[in-house]
Design a protein around this ligand. Structure first.
Ligand code: FES
Length: 148
């Protein structure tokens, strides 16, 4: 199922959106011109992971000479601070713990997003037997979408 999150122009770099896909809560992040999506449930103890602070990779050539490298790539859970890679969901604390679910997030043209019944089923609604007359409506703008 493809979940429409927002128009690209309404989702500036550095922002995030928390969206629902059925019972799942998903955090969608825009970092520069890339989009990332993670399940908003920390594998450690169920914290609201996607509300946490973002940070870049920290690198150090020598002890005490730490530099932050590149744009933010990690999100830290607000409950106990475990960090997860935005792209893969991999944790870098708690060895042996499972990663958080990462979803494909991308940009799609509005005129490719027409399957409303499929989207409705994904949030627990079944189409009824009656169908009203409809007319084609075209949307040419770009939208951020998550494949869940
Ligand atoms: S619940 Fe997220 S770090 Fe503990």
């Amino acid at each position: 199922m493809r979940l429409v999150v927002a128009r690209v122009e309404d989702f500036p770099p550095g922002e995030r959106r928390i969206v629902k896909a059925g019972a799942r809560s998903i955090g969608v992040f825009r970092i520069e011109d890339r989009f990332f999506a993670l399940r908003n449930r920390c594998p450690h103890q169920g914290g609201p992971l996607c509300h946490g602070r973002l940070s870049a990779w920290a690198v150090a050539d020598l002890p005490g000479q730490v530099e932050m490298q590149g744009p933010p790539r990690l999100v830290a859970c607000p409950w106990h601070g475990w960090e997860y890679d935005l792209e893969t969901g991999q944790s870098f604390l708690g060895p042996g713990e499972t990663r958080v679910k990462a979803y494909d997030a991308s940009v799609a043209r509005g005129d490719t997003l027409e399957d409303i019944p499929e989207a409705a089923r994904a949030v627990g609604r079944e189409p009824g037997p009656y169908v009203a007359e409809t007319f084609p409506v075209y949307v040419d703008e770009d939208y951020v979408v998550v494949d869940v």
